[in-house]
Design a protein around this ligand. Structure first.
Ligand code: DGT
Ligand code: CA
Ligand code: CA
Ligand code: ZN
Length: 592
């Protein structure tokens, strides 16, 4: 498919068109045609190419004549002049405004049409001087919320989700490693430490020949703007706004530079203090025997003779420490652990044998139960838990009692086929209602192997205390299947803060009720946060790394969850879904 677009990308273009038309205030029927078309295309189960070739695209419900040509063009050439013109006709600032949380196309159109506001900066002024509040249907409260949203936008747009950054970083890294004369290349910084969000990328290359590396790096296809190009350091901005620094160091300085630029700053400070106490100065240039009167903040000249260090491990060793994996280098207690030889052996992706929180087309998933099972099988897993939404999540097409019973039957039937290759567990993501009761009666839940308990509604306006009680009540509810607590705070990274809860109390309640806590691996959630897992582990609460997958690709997010688990200091033994199928069955029975 030379230059053509995949179905999912075409769906996005159609959705984009609908939004742009809405911002322009176009005819609602036209807008709906694109929205419907996007949905119809998304739901198309047959291969798009086949349908187009057979001339059957026009007979797919929801796809009209005008869309057939556009979808075909995108599929075959990846281009659509209509879309390009449309984008160009809408001021860039209006498109940027759509990023403000809770500010949709209709409102963008109104401030544009009625106040002439064309950019986020102008919108801020219009909020501050009362013009927005004066619009009919807007009011003071909307204007205040909007201002908050604009502030968040500014704060958030400076950072990026780890998962999105990974997609940019890995190909660049590969390109750097492939350059002649490059002995080693790594991404350092917060990305290497597995932080949930990343400010900028920090590439590091070991070579004696800088110039070709700098040239190649600044000319990469993904590079949008070259911000600086020097002899040993360059900075660029990629498409999408992510920035990256590249530093080139001589190969014999690579280990110390990698350690330095991996950070974190707090970790580095502690390492330097420790080095000083042992008669060394540590810097990006190496480990140097300390000289009379030298202070920690003094620059050490690059020429000075350093202790030869081939690897980061050698630096730690020289300072009497066990190797500290990057994920643990946050300046918490890692030096103490390393000194005592107590650095845990962190869990790895390959340790996982399945995952439990997954959706199918029965609720708001995009893949059938069978497609999800096959994708899990392809990942080499032994089991997969199906946990579609319950009825209170009606927007997500949550299952009612009958549909749940039907799905359980489907799961049991799958397992009867001994050639299926993967075992399915019947679960449900059951809503924790406002008062802490569960969305299904205990009798209904009794047919399930496990439940994921999640808060999806009545999140705002509930106090920390009430929310904590609500969740604890759910954990204490007496039901037959074993419980996992889903996405603890409901946060959406870089979009909305989670609701406040007393995490310590909830961990205690999970421990008391034999419930596992989920580490939701969706890159925008990664909730419960890695900072709390040490406490959970201490209390004996198991972690379930769950992708919350809504399609087959979503299963691969599990990798981001494993990274967060590592950051939380968890080992294989702390993770429920590293257990064998037999081990899981024992846990579900309540025997372990
Ligand atoms: P980010 O980019 O905001 O997600 O976070 P980092 O940790 O990647 O920070 P960045 O890119 O500013 O710097 C990369 C690493 O370089 C950082 O983790 C530690 C090291 N570093 C940067 N500035 C300092 C500093 O002033 N003192 C020390 N000790 N280390 C620094
Ligand atoms: Ca960085
Ligand atoms: Ca940086
Ligand atoms: Zn959920």
């Amino acid at each position: 498919m030379l230059g053509g677009m995949e179905k999912s990308a075409i769906v996005e273009v159609l959705e984009d068109i609908a939004v742009l038309l809405e911002v322009k205030g176009e005819n609602p029927f036209k807008i709906r045609a694109y929205q419907n078309g996007a949905r119809a295309l998304e739901a198309l189960e047959e291969d798009l190419g086949t349908v187009i070739e057979a001339g059957r695209l026009g007979s797919v419900r929801g796809i009209g004549k005008a869309l057939v040509d556009k979808i075909t063009a995108l599929h075959e050439t990846g281009k659509l002049p209509y879309y390009e013109d449309l984008r160009a006709s809408v001021p860039e600032g209006l498109v940027a405004m759509l990023e403000i949380p809770g500010f949709g196309p209709k409102k963008v159109k109104r401030v544009y049409a009625e106040l002439g506001v064309e950019s986020v900066a102008e919108l801020r002024r219009a909020c501050e001087d009362g013009r927005v509040a004066g619009l009919s249907g807007f009011g003071e409260k909307t204007a205040a919320n909007l201002l908050k949203g604009i502030d968040n936008l500014a704060a958030y747009s400076a950072r990026h989700l780890w998962w999105d950054v990974r997609a940019v970083a890995l190909p660049v890294l590969e390109a750097l490693r492939g350059l002649p004369g490059v002995e080693a290349a790594e991404v350092a910084g917060s990305f290497r430490r597995g932080m949930e969000t990343v400010g900028d990328l920090d590439f590091l290359v070991a070579t004696d020949d800088h110039a070709p590396v700098m040239d190649a790096f600044t000319k990469l296809d993904a590079v949008d703007t070259v911000l600086a190009k020097g002899e040993t350091k360059s900075s660029v901005r990629f498409e999408g706004g992510l920035q990256a620094d590249l530093r080139v160091v001589p190969p014999d300085r690579f280990a110390s530079a990698l350690h330095h630029f991996t950070g974190s700053k707090d970790h580095n400070v502690r390492m330097r203090q420790r080095a000083l106490a042992r008669g060394y100065s540590l810097s990006e240039w190496g480990l140097f025997p300390k000289r009379e009167g030298e202070k920690p903040e003094d620059e050490i000249p690059a020429e000075r003779e350093s202790v030869p260090l081939k690897t980061e491990a050698a630096i730690f060793k020289k300072l009497g420490l066990a190797y500290i994996p990057p994920e643990l280098r946050e300046g918490r207690d890692e030096l103490e652990l390393a000194e005592k030889g107590k650095i845990p052996r962190l869990v790895e992706f390959d340790d996982l044998r399945g995952v439990f929180h997954n959706h199918t087309t029965a609720s708001d998933g995009k893949a059938s139960l069978e497609a999800m099972a096959r994708a899990a099988l392809d990942l080499g897993w032994e089991y997969l838990g199906i946990a579609d939404h319950s009825k209170a999540s009606w927007q997500a097409h949550g299952l009612d009692e009958d549909r749940l019973a039907r799905q359980v039957k489907e799961v049991r039937a799958w397992n009867k086929d001994s050639g299926a290759g993967i075992h399915l567990f019947a679960g449900c993501e059951v809503d924790i209602l406002k008062d802490g009761s569960l969305d299904f009666h205990a009798d209904v839940l009794a047919q399930l192997d496990y439940v994921v308990l999640s808060v999806h509604t009545s999140m705002s306006g509930m106090s920390r205390e009430d929310m904590t009680l609500r969740i604890i009540r759910a954990l204490e509810t007496d039901v037959a299947p074993r419980k996992m607590l889903g996405h603890l705070t409901g946060r959406l990274l870089l979009r909305r803060e989670g609701y406040a809860v007393d995490v310590a109390k909830i961990i205690d309640a999970a421990a008391a009720n034999g419930a596992a806590i989920e580490l939701n691996a969706h890159p925008r959630r990664l909730d419960m946060d890695w900072r709390h897992w040490a406490r959970a582990a201490e209390k004996g609460v198991l972690c379930a790394v769950n992708p919350d997958a809504h399609d087959t690709a979503g299963l691969t997010h599990t990798r981001a969850g494993v990274l967060a688990a590592r950051k939380g200091g968890l080992t294989k033994d702390h993770i429920l879904n590293t257990r064998t199928l037999a081990g899981i069955r024992r846990w579900l029975d309540g025997s372990t």
